[in-house]
Design a binder for this molecule. Structure first.
Ligand SMILES: NC(=O)c1ccc[n+]([C@@H]2O[C@H](COP(=O)([O-])OP(=O)(O)OC[C@H]3O[C@@H](n4cnc5c(N)ncnc54)[C@H](OP(=O)(O)O)[C@@H]3O)[C@@H](O)[C@H]2O)c1
Length: 335
């Protein structure tokens, strides 16, 4: 078998260069996926890798073609999504922008036959990020999602519900029994409601904090998840938490956090470490919840993909397209 990758030849080199890559053998707890679609994330145009040449990208959807000897939950021929962790390992085998990628079994989930690879690949990094923020002990430490969980009367703020990460955070939090109040631009309010949020406030409103507080008063305040993490969004989340006497915030911006206000603390997540730092979270989300939730529609593969056809040669165009900004959408490359 021959592999090819869209190589990042040196730091910030542009364009990505398509060339041969190794056909990898999975380690004991890994699988090799033949990729059919790749998702683009902000990290793909903002991160600086430590080794070159390297293969960037985190999100793949495709078919398992090889399994490591200790893999128990997955098998050859399965249609799956996978979160590649090259950001952590700096190893080209763990990058997404290639025909075949390695993923840890812990970061892979089967998908229903009815779900296309292009739609499914919107999920992987967003899933790991949201899972870290909601469930890791040093972040919000919420109970894991499970089928049949009843509403617990607690309210969570998810700022930025139309982003990829926010979209999944809302759905996971509901799966854990929480009611969610979220924010988005006016044109995305209905979209975020369709994910199950109890209330969605236009984040351009002048009285945003008051509106969020009012919506959150329907239950016990359980903290906040800021998917966006600009100075303004952080300030809003802190002010809302202060109005409830304080609380914890989960933050997507690496390194953000600490003491943020009166009785308000924030911590940032690092999605690539999900299985290393919190195997129980990876197992609870990727292993136990995602397959069933995708099959019964509890987890929607959203936001909608903007599909760019043409294979690895289009990865650079896709990254550039994402850099222009997206609104309730994910740029995806079809291989
Ligand atoms: N720490 C980690 O491990 C990790 C992992 C993944 C992502 N991240 C970070 O998490 C963030 C979200 O990633 P993503 O892929 O979910 O992003 P995304 O889908 O590209 O975000 C797009 C959305 O962001 C909203 N938005 C943009 N600017 C905004 C602003 N100033 N105020 C409020 N909303 C704004 C837009 O909402 P409207 O169009 O509705 O206004 C849009 O729908 C990024 O900063 C990313 O780098 C961190």
């Amino acid at each position: 078998m021959k592999n090819q990758a869209a190589w990042l030849t040196e730091a910030k080199a542009k364009p990505l260069k398509v060339g041969d890559a190794e056909y990898y053998t999975p380690g004991a707890d890994e699988v090799l996926i033949k990729n059919s679609a790749l998702g683009i994330n902000p990290v793909d145009w903002s991160i600086i890798y430590e080794k070159f040449p390297n293969v960037i990208g985190t999100d793949v959807a495709g078919e398992i073609v090889e399994v490591g000897k200790d893999v128990t939950h997955l098998k050859k021929g399965q249609r799956v999504i996978g979160h590649c962790v090259g950001l952590m390992t700096n190893d080209p085998k763990d990058g997404a922008f290639q025909l075949y990628s390695i993923c840890k079994e812990s970061n892979v989930a089967p998908i229903p036959d009815s779900l296309s690879f292009e739609r499914a690949t919107v999920l992987p990094l967003a899933l790991s990020t949201a899972a870290c923020g909601l469930y890791q002990e040093n972040l919000l430490g919420l109970p894991l999602p499970a089928k049949g969980t009843k509403p617990n009367g607690k309210m969570l703020l998810v700022y930025g519900g139309s982003s990829s990460v926010g979209t999944v955070a809302i759905q996971l939090a509901i799966g854990s029994g929480f009611d969610v109040v979220s924010t988005a631009s006016k044109h995305n309010l209905e979209y975020v409601k369709s994910l199950g949020a109890k209330a969605v406030v236009d984040h351009h409103s002048t009285n945003l904090v008051d509106q969020l507080v009012q919506a959150l008063e329907g239950g016990t305040f359980a903290g906040g998840f800021d998917s966006i993490c600009t100075d303004d969004t952080l300030k809003t989340c802190v002010e809302v938490a202060e109005r409830f006497g304080g609380g914890k915030l989960a933050l997507t911006k690496p390194g953000a956090g600490g003491d943020m206000g009166k009785n308000v603390t924030g911590s940032s997540m690092y999605a690539a470490t999900i299985a290393v730092q919190s195997p129980a979270v990876a197992e609870g989300v990727w292993g136990k919840w995602v397959p069933g939730a995708l099959a019964d529609g509890t987890l929607q593969a959203k936001p909608d993909p903007i599909v760019i056809e043409g294979g690895l040669a289009k990865c650079q165009e896709a990254v550039d397209r994402h850099k222009q900004g997206v609104s309730a959408a994910k740029v995806v490359v079809k291989l």
